[in-house]
Design a protein around this ligand. Sequence first.
Ligand code: SF4
Length: 64
Amino acid sequence: MIIEIFPERCIACGLCRTYNEAFDYDIDGLVCFNNDETRLTIPADSSFMQAEKECPTHAIKIST
Ligand code: SF4
């Protein structure tokens, strides 16, 4: 699965990290990944799907 983040939509609520610690935050609290990319490719993981579902601003997008 591919996880994309859109920091420009993020409101720094901190929710996504409660589902998976791959979600990190920059100095302004906006979502980022540790690798400084805006995209991760990983095996299927339901915690990321939950984060996508719960993000209030649709700043996380998952595709296969
Ligand atoms: S859940 Fe969405 S709005 Fe909240 S910190 Fe994560 S990406 Fe940003």
